[in-house]
Design a protein around this ligand. Sequence first.
Ligand code: SF4
Length: 455
Amino acid sequence: MIFLKDNRLQSRQLCTMWTHYPELLRRPVPRYTSYPTAADFTDQVGAEDQALALQRVEPGTPLSLYVHIPFCEEICWYCGCNTARSNRPSRLAAYLDALHEEIALVAGLLGGHGRVRRIAFGGGSPNAIQPLDFVRLVGDMMVAFHAEDPLISLEIDPRHVSDDWIRVIRATKVRYASMGVQTFDPHVQEAIGRVQPRAQIERLTRSLRDAGIISLNFDLMYGLPRQNRAVLMETLEQAAALQPDRIALFGYAHVPSVIPRQRRIDASSLPDEAERFAMAALGHDFLVAQGYQPIGFDHFARPADPLAVAAREGRLHRNFQGFTDDESQYLIGFGASAISQFPELYAQNAKNAGHYRQAIAAGRLPTERGVARDPASRTCGKLINDILCQGIGEMPDHLTPSQSEMLEEFVQRGLITTGGGQVRLRPNAAPYVRTIAAIFDPRLAHKIGNFSAPV
Ligand code: SF4
């Protein structure tokens, strides 16, 4: 049972199945948007490897494309994304030129092979570019890759969406949109350097629905400065009232030594680990009570949303964009820091936008690093994906004594069961899913990455 300190909320106490075992959450673990993770990428993988992978794509192979726009009109203090201010039009124009050239390069290497099913725009904030530039990008990709009616999705900074952007979203048939909301509380907004009145979110929600968006996601955060369960509850209620199809509830990771812009956040006003856990549990319970289906460990979707349907049908996957119903084995990333995924390879473009542009100007793919996916890592990646997405996985043939010991800790607490060659997560294991998956990650024992607390 969660007990809220705020009396106004006592009547809304919610039952949770989650029990806090701090000893199981001490170890920072990857988010596993890939396996091997980006912490394993090296410069042993380069442009030639990616070119070969593109040339090996067979005719008709389903392809997903991702375009990274590393610019935002305003930079939020908590943000860990690869992004910079969009206040220099010449820099934006040079970046867009490079994107168009990269599209042509990749299309040439594919030689007409592959069928583009999805195009996702993320960042940064794709709406930091001009609406017409977005139309040109979509048009260029449709022509270069002979795409027919792909599912287009777009990340949006709600503070800067003009009427022209809404018109362009309708005209280009964007169908999925994801909006950074984070919190509705004005004091918390101030503390994270992201002020956006509720009325702005309400208006944009209506406009996006009118423009044809069929799946609308709100990103929310817990563990923010000046936030406690009562404050989070207000945000959850206001978010649910706007009826987004999906809600992602992320825990804020405060690592100013790695993300210098976070130094502007007052660490003394951050909630402690116990409060963070209670907030995550509150979010889970509230959203489930509102009719949302939990997806993986931090997503929630209305039962009719394609993500929820995919989860029920065992078709949920995890890729660089998080939990997804996208089943393609091929994801081609465009732009600075974008990651491409092939069955045999992960390859990441240069993170620095200047280096990215230089490579393109030299007529080269801007691949900077990556990792080969050998059969052992693919088997391990499947197990980790199955645990995160399906809550069940095939036990490896051999476990080290340390792995067996770690698993036993979860068995003893009733969080998992093992038997019949399988590991099965119980419903109360949600906050521990990444930690359980990490037990099967042989690379993690030798790695000190910039991983985050599991909750
Ligand atoms: S708008 Fe989004 S991507 Fe841009 S700085 Fe804020 S959180 Fe980061």
